[in-house]
Design a protein around this ligand. Structure first.
Ligand code: GDP
Ligand code: CA
Length: 344
């Protein structure tokens, strides 16, 4: 069985551990979000790709959910002692080795796809990990200038800051007016991405952030259309449980694009593949058609009440436990997603 999954960082990576446990013989391709990527102190950092690689390769910090286990931050502290910005980015010493290799390889002319494959030779994540694109496309967040600057008429100045600055430095507390994936018009899907969607037996949307993880991947020209046209069923799992993101600040992202923080709103946002004209919010439906993107959607048992409304959108829906408390619970989520996909 060929499974293709789109993935952000922590939510995607944890779910993928469950997929590998549920389907140990499957050929799994992961299309990773690179909209979070950033240059820090001359190093190219790909937080979501690394979270997937470290999590599946056994190197992730279990406590933080990002970065390496047993990490130290000597270099970060030394840079801060020099007063060099950004001081807010969590650059670990072990992690820096990964970024050094990536940066050197980029300077030598290798693509991010090639570099990611090379890094994965060490980590053996058990999946084929592809960046969504080899081209640079970074998520910026439109905010009122946090310094309080105003224009001539006293209105708050709107500026664009890198997603990581908004997420980490401001902890998403500065209200976002929107997200712009700078460079996406010129970005092409990385080699293998479209084929992985077209040739999959099942496509999964893990409980990753629907706006700045999955939503970002879907903006790369061609990827959303591949989801619409693949013969494989497309099944997603809600990252929102009981009206809240289980961890992180996805609610701030949903609010910014005018969506409620509910499992139903996220399902409607993706929209039913069967229904024309569904799911038109958030700018993920540009492209050849206005069809939606999913056939099936899992919500948590807490949200069982929203199943009829989601089915009314033309999306098969079941309520099952969706808390990734441990590997076994996560494996069962993957089993449920695969069985929803295979339901006639
Ligand atoms: P990030 O790039 O590290 O922010 O990770 P992702 O985008 O892959 O996933 C983040 C999302 O995972 C969060 O917005 C949460 O809504 C969701 N999430 C985290 N843990 C769980 C869980 O146990 N169950 C579910 N259903 N969603 C989760
Ligand atoms: Ca991320």
């Amino acid at each position: 069985m060929r499974i293709t999954a789109l993935a952000g960082g922590i939510g995607g990576a944890r779910f993928l551990r469950g997929v590998l446990a549920a389907a140990p013989d499957a050929e799994v391709t992961v299309i990773g979000n690179t909209g979070d990527d950033i240059w820090v102190h001359g190093l190219r950092v790909c937080p979501d790709l690394d979270t997937v690689m470290y999590t599946l390769g056994g190197g992730i910090s279990a406590e933080r959910g990002w970065g390496r286990e047993g990490e130290t931050f000597t270099v970060k502290d030394e840079l801060a002692a020099y007063g060099v910005e950004p001081t807010w980015f969590g650059l670990g010493d072990k992690d820096i080795a990964t970024h050094l290799i990536r940066t050197q390889s980029m300077q030598a002319g290798f693509s991010l796809t090639e570099i990611t494959a090379a890094l994965c030779e060490r980590w053996q994540p058990g999946v084929r990990l592809l960046p969504m694109s080899d081209d640079r496309a970074e998520t910026n967040v439109i905010v009122d200038d946090p310094s309080g600057a105003t224009d001539d008429s006293g209105r708050a100045l709107r500026i664009a800051i890198h997603f990581q600055e908004w997420w980490i430095k401001y902890r998403a507390l500065v209200p976002a007016h929107g997200f712009v994936l700078v460079g996406v018009e010129q970005a092409r899907p990385a080699p293998g991405v479209i084929q992985a969607i077209e040739q999959a037996d099942v496509v999964l949307l893990p409980p990753s952030n629907p706006v700045v993880s999955i939503g970002t991947i879907l903006q790369v020209p061609g990827i959303a259309d591949a989801l619409r046209s693949t013969s494989a069923p497309v099944v997603g799992l809600s990252p929102i449980v009981g009206g809240a993101p289980v961890r992180g600040m996805a609610d701030a992202c949903l609010t910014a694009i005018g969506l409620d923080t509910t499992a139903l709103a996220v399902a409607a946002h993706y929209g039913a593949r069967s229904a024309r004209g569904s799911g038109n919010s958030g700018g993920i439906h540009h492209g050849a058609s206005d069809h939606g993107l999913i056939d099936g959607w899992l919500v948590d048992t807490t949200d069982a009440g929203s199943v009829p409304a989601i089915e009314a959108l033309g999306i098969r829906c079941r309520a099952v436990p969706l808390m990734m408390t441990d590997l076994e619970a996560t494996r069962v989520m993957a089993v449920d997603a695969l069985s929803l996909a295979n339901r006639p």
